[in-house]
Design a binder for this molecule. Structure first.
Ligand code: ADP
Length: 397
């Protein structure tokens, strides 16, 4: 059974064709710069070199067409016809309060997604276009939506409400939603498997540390709190996003610098985070190199990031009355022993004790990196959102 997983962004369309029986990727690719100059299709058949085709791709409809052509192409393809695709799983971002799991997409679901567009203006509209075009081109194939927010729908009211008038929640649904849900759920399940204990019996803190970062408290298999909020701006500071800050800073800055809503939004989302602090880069690889070379602000940016992650681990340990496992995932969590070591440093009193040697060796692969004596298991677990989407899609259809 082949499942096509699609992640449709504003100017890109990422895809993977997955054989769900043995959970392997048959082919994957990315249609990039849709509607912009220099668009291209990057397509890789498992075990072969990447093929790059430069082609003018004017819109998402053409992008879906190109993807399907590549998958069925005589030379580069992996299937003979679209009939070999049993279902399509769409990565969908915002499902508001309506979806707490994967759903089969029908007109009603699309309608709800459109209603939620205001909450995720950058993500939901391209997701919807991707779904609508796929429905046109593959009318017989079932489509499933896996929402980034769904896993966090178990967060209790006391954790998801903000301390502003209750009417703002009633009127506008202003509350914490949380994101990266598919990743948090996947790595938590895998970590539980790794220690050979049921997920439902564990207290897990999952740290998804990448360009966007979020931390989740998972108790008895359910998300009970997460660091991202109403939008992905809340929480730890990130590549270019500010993370938590005193809301008064926003009005103060707007007044002082005469900024429009759009300008402040841009400052907080695109110019802040470790990029804003360091003035060097949003990429942790660059920052680590610069910090080693003696760049003080690059070091400061890393220090702030590490400090914030550490605070969330402390907070979520308190929220769950303890912790059994801390999982590291995402580009940074999977690949940076230095940052993992710094986060865990000095947390002995919580039963968190890292094994330096194991940590150093765990790069881009799953591993237990806690010491024998550590009460809390520390685990590196590469995330695989596409596989999780494919598995959920199979379950739904
Ligand atoms: P996204 O949130 O866009 O999915 P990723 O999870 O792929 O991002 O993470 C990307 C980030 O991971 C990069 O910006 C980089 O800072 C970081 N990263 C990747 N490899 C390493 C590494 N070896 N050491 C430190 N940071 C790394």
């Amino acid at each position: 059974m082949n499942i096509l997983v699609i992640n449709c962004g504003s100017s890109s369309l990422k895809y993977q064709l997955i054989d769900i029986e043995d959970e392997t990727v048959i082919a994957k690719g990315n249609v990039e710069r849709i509607g912009i100059e220099d668009s291209s299709i990057k397509h890789t058949v498992s075990g072969q070199d990447e093929i790059i085709i430069q082609k003018n791709i004017k819109d998402h409809k053409q992008a879906v067409h190109e993807m399907l052509n590549m998958l069925t192409d005589e030379r580069y393809g992996v299937i003979k016809s679209l009939e070999e695709i049993s279902a399509v799983g769409h990565r969908t971002v915002h499902g508001g309060e309506r979806f707490s799991g994967a759903v089969k997409i029908d007109e009603k679901v699309l309608e709800t997604m459109k209603e939620c567009s205001e909450l995720a203006p950058l993500h939901n509209p391209p997701n919807i276009i991707g779904i609508e075009v796929c429905k046109q081109l593959m009318p017989e194939v079932p489509m499933v939506g896996i929402f980034d927010t769904a896993f966090h729908q178990t967060i209790p009211e006391k954790a998801y409400l903000y301390g502003i008038p209750y009417e703002t929640y009633q009127k506008y649904k202003i509350r914490k939603y949380g994101f990266h849900g598919t990743s948090h759920k996947y790595v938590a399940q895998k970590a539980a498997e790794m220690v050979g204990m049921p997920l439902e019996s564990l207290k897990i803190i999952t740290c998804h540390l990448g360009n966007g970062s979020s931390i989740t408290a998972i108790k008895d298999g359910k998300s009970i709190d997460t660091s991202m909020g109403f939008t992905p701006l809340e929480g730890v500071l990130m590549g270019t996003r500010s993370g938590d800050l005193d809301p008064a800073v926003i009005t103060f800055l707007m007044k002082k610098e005469n900024l429009t809503v759009q300008q402040i939004d841009n400052l907080l989302n695109k110019k802040s985070g470790v990029l804003g602090i360091s003035g060097v880069s949003s990429d942790f690889r660059d920052l680590e190199i610069k910090a080693k070379d003696g760049n003080k602000r690059a070091k400061l940016a890393i220090d702030i990031f590490v400090y914030r992650v550490k605070k969330y681990i402390g907070a979520y340990t308190a929220a769950m009355d303890g912790v059994d496992i801390v999982v590291f995932t995402g580009g940074i969590g999977e690949n940076s022993p230095t940052i993992r070591k710094d986060i865990c440093n000095g947390m002995n009193y919580l039963g968190i004790n890292i094994d330096m040697d194991k940590n150093q060796k765990a790069i881009g692969q799953k591993a237990v990196i806690s010491s024998q004596s550590s009460k809390v298991k520390l685990i590196v677990m590469p995330t695989n959102e596409e596989l999780m989407i494919a598995l959920e899609t199979k379950r739904v259809v």
